[in-house]
Design a protein around this ligand. Structure first.
Ligand SMILES: Nc1ncnc2c1ncn2[C@@H]1O[C@H](COP(=O)(O)OP(=O)(O)OP(=O)(O)O)[C@@H](O)[C@H]1O
Ligand SMILES: [Mg+2]
Length: 226
């Protein structure tokens, strides 16, 4: 479902054309439909960079990213919004809109794709139930705990039933218990059929989890070693 082949990416310093040491040298991986995997590696190794190329925030220097029927190299401009809808993304800092309640933050994802009020209302209720926040639905982000904010962000990311949920260090701002519950929630979401790729440098947190582990180091991925 997600196929990455020989991806290469270097960053350039400021206006200079000189490439710095490449971040991703030759990254290849596959993630099947309904699979969940962790992308693991120490800070600065390029995990976020790789995810950014999957959610089209950055372009690789070379190599291929294919998601379902979309080959990113050949994608037409008018297909990009369609492709983006196949992706849900969550981040360490949640990125919720402070002036909107939990319910409104989730609803926004459905408003922008033109769903009817009735559809939005019932879908948002389902999503709030899924993440266990029905009773907090009218709270603003600053009236929610970090763990609750991340669950709102997950509900929002899932609103349009993406093929793939990308999580970039989603436990980065959470304590141990909240991190564990977040992993459990991701597990439940995965069981419902959504593929998940989660980047983290917290190896201890995920060591015992029964999912694939993709280790990024020296610009390449190797699998399931410790
Ligand atoms: N836009 C950019 N321009 C130049 N260098 C960048 C840019 N974005 C990232 N880098 C560099 O690329 C390297 C990889 O960064 P990246 O954010 O992908 O790491 P990471 O594995 O996600 O780290 P962390 O675990 O701290 O989130 C770092 O050395 C970083 O400084
Ligand atoms: Mg990162």
């Amino acid at each position: 479902m997600l196929i990455i082949r020989h991806l290469k990416k270097s960053y350039h310093y400021g206006s200079s054309d000189k490439p710095v040491t490449p971040i991703l040298v030759d990254v290849s991986m596959e993630l099947g439909k309904g699979e969940m995997a962790f992308l693991v590696g120490p800070s600065g190794v390029g995990k976020s960079t790789l995810l950014k190329m999957i959610y089209l925030e950055e372009k690789p220097d070379s190599g291929e990213v294919i998601l379902g029927p979309f080959n990113f190299t050949h994608i037409k401009k008018n297909q990009i919004p369609v492709l983006r809808r196949q992706l849900g993304v969550i981040f360490q800092d949640f990125k919720l809109i402070p002036e909107r309640t939990a319910r409104e933050n989730i609803a926004l994802a459905l408003e922008v794709v033109g769903k009817s009020k009735k559809e939005i209302s019932s879908r948002v209720t389902d999503l709030l139930r899924l993440v266990g926040l029905l009773d907090r639905r009218n709270n603003y982000p600053d009236q929610l705990s970090g763990g609750e904010c991340q669950r709102v962000a997950i509900a929002r990311a899932l609103a349009n039933e993406p093929l793939l949920l990308l999580a970039d260090e989603p436990t980065g701002n959470l304590d141990h218990d909240n991190s564990q519950s977040l992993l459990e929630l991701l597990g439940r979401i995965n069981v419902r059929g959504c593929s998940i790729l989660m980047a983290t440098h917290n190896i201890a947190l995920i060591a015992q989890m029964p999912y694939r582990k993709l280790f990024l180091s020296n610009g390449k991925i190797r699998e399931n070693e410790n």
